[in-house]
Design a protein around this ligand. Structure first.
Ligand code: ADP
Ligand code: AMP
Length: 210
C-alpha cells in the first residue's frame, strides 16, 4: 500500500532536509510546492509570473493556483510520497482530501515539526541551496565540504531571495495565521516531533513514526 505523508511546520523547520533524506534512503518522492513554484518562476511560466510577487513578499500563493499545480503532480506519481509545504491552508487541505480520494489514496500520517521563531530565523539566515540539484545546506549546522559548493554536483550554492530576516519573520507570521489552523484539522492523526534536534535524530524519530 503506497503511503502519503504530510510534513507540516514553519518555514525553516527542516521539512525539505528530512524529505531529501527519506527520498535518498527510503525512496519516497518529495513533492515540494515551494520547489515547484521556484522552478515555475525561473522558467517564467504563466504560474511563475503570477506567483513571484507573493513569494518575494513571503505571502502564500493563492489556493486555486496551488491546487491546480498539486493536482497535476499527484496524478503523475504512484509511489510513496512526502508532501513538503503543502497543504498550507484549510481550503488546500480539503482539496487534497478530494484529490487523494479520486486517486484511491489517503493521508497516512501528518508530521508536525515543532520549532520556535528565533530558531527558524537562525536556520533560514544561514541556509544555502544548490540551484541545480536542490540540496539544502546551512553555513554552520550543515556546511558543504568545500565552501559554498554543492557536495553532490559541484554547483555554486545560492541564498534564497526570501531568506532575508524581514521576509523570514513575515513567513513565520503567515504560518501562524494561515497554516497553524491545520494542526486542529489533522488533530486525529498528527504526530509532533522536536525539530530542534540534530538532523539524524529528527530522521530517526520520523522513521520510527512512519
Ligand atoms: P524547510 O524545508 O522546513 O523550510 P529546510 O529543510 O530547508 O527547512 O531547513 C532550513 C535550514 O535549517 C537549512 O539551512 C538546513 O540545512 C537547516 N537544518 C535542517 N534541519 C536541521 C537540524 N535538524 N539541525 C540544524 N539545522 C537544520
Ligand atoms: P517554501 O519553499 O515551502 O518555503 O515556500 C516558498 C514560498 O512559496 C512560500 O513563502 C509561498 O509564497 C509559496 N508556497 C509554497 N507552498 C505553498 C502553498 N502550499 N500554498 C501557498 N503558497 C505556497
Amino acid at each position: 500500500m503506497v503511503k502519503t505523508i504530510v510534513f507540516l511546520g514553519p518555514p525553516g523547520a527542516g521539512k525539505g532536509t528530512q524529505s531529501q533524506l527519506l527520498q535518498e534512503r527510503l525512496g519516497f518522492i518529495q513533492i515540494s510546492t515551494g520547489d515547484l513554484l521556484r522552478e515555475a518562476v525561473k522558467n517564467q511560466t504563466p504560474l511563475g509570473i503570477k506567483a513571484k510577487s507573493y513569494m518575494d513578499e513571503g505571502k502564500l500563493v493563492p489556493d486555486e493556483l496551488i491546487i491546480d499545480l498539486i493536482k497535476e503532480k499527484l496524478s503523475q506519481i504512484g509511489n510513496n510520497i512526502i508532501l513538503d509545504g503543502f497543504p498550507r491552508t484549510v481550503p488546500q487541505a480539503k482539496a487534497l482530501d478530494n484529490l487523494l480520494a479520486n486517486l484511491g489514496r489517503k493521508i497516512d500520517g501528518v508530521i508536525l515539526f515543532d520549532i520556535t521563531e528565533d530558531e527558524v530565523v537562525k536556520r533560514l539566515s544561514g541556509r544555502r541551496v544548490c540551484p541545480s540539484c536542490g540540496t539544502v545546506y546551512h553555513i554552520i549546522y550543515n556546511p558543504p565540504r568545500e565552501d559554498e559548493i554543492c557536495d553532490k554536483c559541484g554547483t555554486k550554492l545560492i541564498q534564497r531571495e526570501d531568506d532575508r530576516e524581514e521576509v523570514i519573520r513575515k513567513r513565520f507570521e503567515v504560518y501562524r495565521d494561515q497554516t497553524a489552523p491545520l494542526i486542529d484539522y489533522y488533530k486525529d492523526y498528527i504526530v509532533k516531533i522536536d525539530a530542534t534536534a540534530d538532523k539524524e535524530e529528527v530522521y530517526n524519530k520520523i522513521t520510527s513514526v512512519l
